[in-house]
Design a protein around this ligand. Structure first.
Ligand code: FE2
Length: 158
């Protein structure tokens, strides 16, 4: 990639944004399943969300956030704490499990509401700040982390 035109930064942010869009699309399937009392469907959707968020969160936390943590330590700490809270609820449905805990469907609803707000904070706060502040070396670190993390799995009907 070229060094001065900004395409590195735009490519990295575009990929993270595509993943956010896919997560928001998947979130829209959670509430109907919750209303129908379909915990198995909620669990399947939770696994699809987790599959997108795996590499995505790795790129954010190991590539993008370290470059912003000096300028915005509190905000980055909050975003990372939100990642952990959301991941923990999604993880209860890992490996084909339909969580037996009767509180899980309600907790998943809270987690996806948090996730939607979290995505808005990243889109409207973190990404514009990164585009304004990061330099070539920092975008190279983001790209290197993306190469390690891989991409999200192909979009599936959900
Ligand atoms: Fe994100």
């Amino acid at each position: 990639m070229c060094e001065y035109c900004g395409c590195q930064s735009l490519t990295s942010i575009a990929e993270l944004t595509r993943e956010h869009d896919e997560v928001v699309r998947l979130i829209s399937h959670v509430r109907p399943a919750y209303r129908a009392g379909d915990t198995a469907r909620m669990a399947r959707t939770a696994r699809r969300i987790a599959a997108v968020l795996g590499p995505h969160t790795q790129v954010e936390e190991r590539g993008l956030f370290p470059a912003l943590a000096a300028a915005f330590p509190d905000r980055i700490a909050v975003l990372e704490a939100e990642h952990r809270r959301i991941d923990a609820v999604l993880a209860e449905a890992a490996d084909g499990t339909v969580p037996a805990d009767p509180s899980w469907p309600g907790r998943l609803m809270e987690a996806v509401d948090l996730l939607r707000d979290h995505i808005l904070k990243e889109q409207d706060g973190v990404f514009p700040a990164a585009l304004a502040l990061l330099g070539t070396e920092e975008w190279e670190a983001v790209e290197a982390e993306r190469a390690r993390a891989g991409g999200a799995p192909a979009r599936s009907a959900g």
